[in-house]
Design a protein around this ligand. Structure first.
Ligand SMILES: Nc1nc2c(ncn2[C@@H]2O[C@H](COP(=O)(O)OP(=O)(O)OP(=O)(O)O)[C@@H](O)[C@H]2O)c(=O)[nH]1
Ligand SMILES: [Mg+2]
Length: 325
């Protein structure tokens, strides 16, 4: 992009993703700004490693970087696999992701499932990357997917910052490793993630960092569940819900008629809540589906079913097919 007024215009790699994002981050301007396709200029013949967390699989292929880097070679990493329960059928997960990639015509070489916290996964990744002839390797993905954690482990860099604070990496970092340069890029901005609504000290406790124990609920018609004072899910038909959330997140069963009252008296009942809420209706089709709550967890449920959700106004909540059981 040559025009500084356009979304996506970046001065150089030394600057954040684009001028509009820079304004958004620093001055809180242009709130509806969202532009997955606008990236800084990358080397053409690069290896581009798209990093997702199991917590944001709903966004796995939503950043079409390949359209803008047509000469690049693409590898997808599904990171933070250690968060999924041990009994997760990872073969099925990979099969479903592969099918999704095919359906969406995503160009890619490999999909790697790993945990940046697992030294043998890191060792394997190091060997894998070293085999590529490409000189430049970029780690790209949404905030908190674990790019810097992978970068640090690969390069044994002790200085780069990696923790749950979203948007922590503000400038591209690089490290030479054998014949290659590995780049840790600032996270792609995803609107509606939890850091927009809550202070760091609150949301850091909500983002899981160890194996999630799924919580199962049987709901009758018009029953509702409240996740802290943040999100309520009411069902119009009897249903079976499986939540994948951090253990800190308290789930409270109630009735759909009581939800509004609880939210109105949120300070009295809950430790975590926001000022403004909105209501959404999801008509879930036949089959197993996933509702993803921003970047802090998700829920599996079986359609057909109608679900009414109260949520912080603007929180990113998506409905997708479930990728595993
Ligand atoms: N359990 C687990 N936690 C991880 C893994 N990878 C990263 N994390 C944690 O996730 C959080 C975010 O990691 P970062 O490496 O800072 O994420 P990032 O993608 O660089 O984030 P930005 O710089 O904001 O784009 C940190 O608390 C990490 O410890 C993993 O494989 N498993
Ligand atoms: Mg980072």
């Amino acid at each position: 992009m040559d025009n500084p007024r356009h979304i996506g215009y970046a001065l150089s790699l030394d600057h954040d993703f684009c001028q509009a994002c820079f304004r958004l981050k620093n001055y809180g301007e242009s709130h509806d700004h969202f532009h997955p396709e606008d990236l800084p200029v990358l080397e053409k013949d690069a290896l581009i490693v798209m990093v997702s967390s199991v917590l944001n699989l709903d966004m796995l292929f939503e950043y079409p970087v390949y359209r803008y880097q047509s000469k690049g070679t693409f590898v997808y990493i599904i990171n933070q696999m250690d968060l999924l329960p041990k009994q997760t059928n990872t073969d099925l997960l990979l099969e479903n992701i592969t099918n999704k990639a095919k359906k969406m015509n995503i160009p890619y070489l490999d999909i790697i499932m790993m945990s940046a916290k697992n030294p043998s996964d890191i060792e394997n990744l190091k060997l894998y990357l070293n085999d590529f002839k490409q000189h430049h390797i970029y780690l790209i993905g949404v905030q908190n997917s674990g790019k810097t954690t992978i970068f640090k482990a690969l390069t044994e860099n002790q200085d780069a910052l990696a923790f749950k604070k979203a948007g922590l990496t503000q400038e591209p970092l690089y490290h030479r490793l054998n014949h290659q340069v590995i780049w840790d890029m600032p996270g792609l901005f995803q609107k509606g993630y939890i850091h927009e609504f809550l202070p760091y000290n609150t949301y850091k406790k909500m983002i899981p960092d160890q194996e999630i124990k799924p919580k199962i609920y049987q709901l009758k018609k018009d029953q509702a569940l409240m996740i802290e004072g943040l999100v309520s899910i009411a069902v119009r038909e009897p249903s079976h819900l499986v939540f994948y959330l951090d253990d800190h997140m308290k789930i409270h069963k109630t009735n759909v008629t009581r939800v509004k009252e609880l939210i109105d008296e949120k300070e009295k009942h809950f430790q975590i809540f926001v000022e403004q809420y909105e209501k959404k209706l999801f008509k879930i089709p036949d089959g197993k589906h996933q509702i993803t709550f921003a970047d802090f967890g998700f829920l599996h449920l079986e359609g057909p079913i109608t679900v009414e959700i109260y949520q912080p106004k603007g929180l990113h909540i998506t409905l997708t097919e479930a990728l595993f059981k």
